[in-house]
Structures are given as C-alpha cells and as structure tokens.
Design a protein around this ligand. Structure first.
Ligand code: UD1
Length: 427
C-alpha cells in the first residue's frame, strides 16, 4: 500500500486549483437515474469514490463515457446515460464500501417505482443510521420494507402521491434522497428543517436544470412540485469547499500564502471565520480565496453544526492547525459521536490534545515532530498531512487510500505550492 512522506517546515505559497466537490458530485451522479436522456457532468473530481459510484451506476445499466480528459488535467467530464435501467438492486458489497450508495434509493424509486438497497451499517466515524431517509420517503407515500439487510422502497403505480416531512435533525443525505424521490412525484412534496449545505443547492440547481420544479433552494423549507418527466442536462460540479478549507489550513500552518482558485467564501463562511479568528488573513478575490498567515496563530473555540455552521468535515484539519496556536482551543463535535480518531495520532506527533466525549481541548505547542501515522477516515488523514507540513522532520502517512477517496492528486497539488511531499509504494 502507498504512503505519503512529508518533510515538514517548508512554507507553502502560490496558486492552487480547487477541484469539483466530492460531496456534491456524489449527489449529482445518481440524478442520471431520473431520466432516459444523457446527463453530462463537468468538473467531476478524479477520486476513488467517484469511480466506485460510477461502477455502481453501471450495475444498474447506466452507460458512462469520459471525454476530453488528459492525465495532467484536474477534473473530468462524464456523460451518463440511463436509457434503460436493468437492475434496481444496490448490493451489499458496493454499499458497504461507499455509504453514498444509499443515494440511489430516492431516484430509483422515483423512476422505477421500486428500489432495493443494502443497509450501509456503521462506519469509522460512528453509527450512521438511515431512518430519516426512509421516513421522508414514507411521508411522500412510499412503502418501506426491511428484509435480509436490505431496504425495499415501493411507490404506488401512479407514482409517489407527495406529502410533507419535517426532519427532527438536519440530515444532508436524507435531504438529498428525499429531493431526488420527490421530483417525479404525482403531487407536491414539502421538506422542513431540510439541510441547506451548498452541495444541496448544487443538487437542486441540477434537478431544476433537468426540468424539476423545486422552490426554496438554499433555505431549510423546500417545496418540490412533481413533474411527469425530467430531461438531460449539462452541469458543472461546484468547487469543493472542504478541499479549499483543508488547503487553507495547510498553507496557514506553514505561515504561507495561497490563492485557492475557484473557492467561494460564501460556501465556507464558517471555516473562513474560524481561520480569521485564528489570525489567518482570508479574502475573496476575483479568482478565488486568498489565504495568508504570518506564523502566529490564536486559539479558537468552535462547535461543528449543519450549514451555515462550521462543517464537521473541517474539524480535523482545523484541529491540526490549532495544535500550533498560542493557547488552548476548544472544539466540540456535534454531528458525529466518534470523530476524534486523529487525536491520538496528532498527539504522537507532539500535539497536546485532550478529549472528553464530544469536546476536544487543543493546547497549542511550539513544535510538532514527524512520525509514522495513519488514520481511519478521510478528513482525519488530511489533518495528519496538515500537521506533517509544519512538523520537524519526516512524517509518513499510511493508509493513503483514505486520502484518495476525497483529495484529487493531493501530493501533486501540495508539491506545486512548495511542499516537500512524495508518494511511495509498498507499506
Ligand atoms: C454528514 C455531514 C456532512 C458531511 C458528511 C461526511 C452534517 C449535517 N452532515 O452528512 O456535512 O459532509 O457527513 O462527513 O454536517 N442521522 C440520523 N438518521 C438518518 C440520517 C442521519 O440519525 O437517517 C444523523 C446522523 O447520525 C448525524 C446527523 O443526523 O448525527 C447528520 O447526518 P447526515 O447529515 O445525514 O450525514 P451525512 O449525509 O453523511
């Protein structure tokens, strides 16, 4: 297995192109199931998760072609065509590997009147149920059955009649599934306390470009007027706000200065605010977000929350940055119960972090040191990269496949702005 080796202490500076957003792309890809016409997605990131999702869609009979992509380009253009759907079952082997597979449930139900998807089970960052996905579909008129580890959703012959659902807690995935189920409903569907992450806005914009009639986009109250059919579209995936935030932390911990081309402050205002509170200069410019730090960092108190709050997907990377702040920062993880697996690894690098339940206290240290480290999830792995960039000596990050799930050509991008980083084979 590959590992990434970083020799820390180099100041990062320069321009960096932010890729298409993984979390948006994984919600846009299943939209192909809603139409028999081709869907073309531009700016799709080259990531293992995207390949897995493509593979899942192929199993349903969706044909996929990739055009105009040279190995040196970031991003790809993919045309997906679900002219004929040959299977409505998402098997365990694929769903287990990639939780986002659950996002085929809504669109498959809407188009085919039925879908069977394996229950995803737990994952490294905690127990991640799908009860809210199912309750929303039920509220729209679906019948839900559970058997042999699979969930089966069935719509009446005339399609989903529509209905109203209020989420008891904000769920990104459940909002996405409900939206895709509702667009072809016979009646109108209402969602309250819906997630309003920028990736949800991206999904709504694509669905409307395909002929859907969604109102309230960007708010927590969504109205979906069902339409009889959707058509094809060409759509550009939004820039990845989490990738941008991660590289902002990477640059800041080295006292560096980068222009994150394509990043939009509006999509990541809470992260930008946290960086500013830590003493990092951030400013939206024409081409993207300009980030500059002078080495001195202040401690920050922050809790993760649904958008527009501070994203749980940025918690680990911000924590790595705050390891170098002058004083104690307090982080609270409100979304997931078990998302501090990076803490022992950061401590092995000389950080001083204490956790108690969902709260982490990060006592800033003057210097961290390189070590062999590994993490059990994507963002935790990125936090080790951020720490390694500022640590003295060599950091070897193992289990690189986590990073390949969510960061397009990470080491190339970081090397371009001055990091001493390389990927080596074998482990
Ligand atoms: C969550 C994050 C998202 C992040 C992603 C990957 C939030 C609100 N969501 O999205 O930003 O990109 O993880 O790290 O920050 N829940 C239920 N029942 C359900 C669905 C969810 O109880 O059916 C709970 C979850 O356990 C969690 C909360 O609701 O505590 C939010 O989960 P949800 O937004 O659905 O998770 P993801 O869509 O994976």
């Amino acid at each position: 297995m590959d590992r990434i080796i970083i020799r820390g202490g180099r100041r990062l500076a320069g321009r960096l192109t932010i890729s298409g957003a993984k979390n948006a792309a994984l919600a846009l890809l299943p939209c192909t199931l809603l139409t028999d016409e081709p869907l073309t997605l531009r700016n799709l990131p080259r990531l293992a998760d995207i390949d897995s999702f493509q593979h899942l869609l192929n199993q349903f009979g969706v044909t996929t072609t990739i055009a105009g992509s040279r190995p040196e380009d970031f991003g790809r253009v993919m045309t997906l065509s679900a002219t004929r759907i040959t299977s409505t079952v998402a098997p365990y082997e694929l769903v287990r590997k990639m939780r986002a597979s659950i996002l085929v449930l809504g669109p498959m139900l809407a188009r085919m009147g039925e879908a069977r998807v394996s229950l995803p089970g737990g994952c490294a960052i905690g127990n991640r149920p799908i009860d809210l996905h199912l309750k929303a579909l039920e509220a729209f008129g679906a019948t839900i059955e559970m058997a042999e580890g699979y969930v089966r959703a069935i719509a009446p012959d005339a399609g989903l009649p529509g209905g109203r659902y209020t989420f008891p807690v904000v769920s990104v995935g459940a909002t996405e599934n409900a939206l895709m189920a509702g667009v072809l409903a016979a009646g109108t569907c209402h969602l309250h306390n819906a997630a309003r992450e920028p990736e949800i806005v991206d999904l709504c914009n694509l669905l409307n470009a395909m002929g859907a009639a969604i109102e309230g986009i960007g708010t927590s109250d969504l109205t979906i007027h069902g339409v009889p059919r959707l058509h094809g579209a060409t759509y550009r995936v939004m820039a990845d706000r989490i990738e941008a935030g991660s590289y902002a932390c990477a640059a800041a911990i080295t006292g560096g200065e980068v222009l994150l081309c394509g990043a939009r402050e509006d999509d990541m205002a809470a992260s930008v605010q946290a960086l500013r509170d830590a003493g990092v200069h951030c400013e939206q410019q024409g081409e993207g977000l300009h980030v500059a730090a002078d080495g001195a960092l202040r401690p920050v108190t922050i809790a993760t929350a649904p958008f527009p709050g501070f994203a749980t997907d940025m918690q680990a990377q911000l924590m790595a940055l705050l390891c170098r702040a002058e004083g104690a920062s307090v982080l609270t993880e409100s979304i997931f119960e078990n998302r501090y697996m990076h803490v022992p690894e950061l401590n092995r690098m000389g950080a001083h972090i204490e956790t108690k339940g969902r709260v982490a206290i990060v006592h800033g240290v003057q210097q961290m040191t390189g070590a062999d480290v590994m993490a059990t999830d994507l963002r935790a792995s990125m936090s080790l990269i951020v720490a390694g960039l500022a640590a003295a000596g060599e950091t070897r990050v193992h289990r690189v496949y986590h990073l390949d799930r969510g960061y397009e050509r990470l080491e190339e991008k970081l090397a371009l702005i001055g990091a001493d980083i390389e990927r080596v084979g074998g482990d």
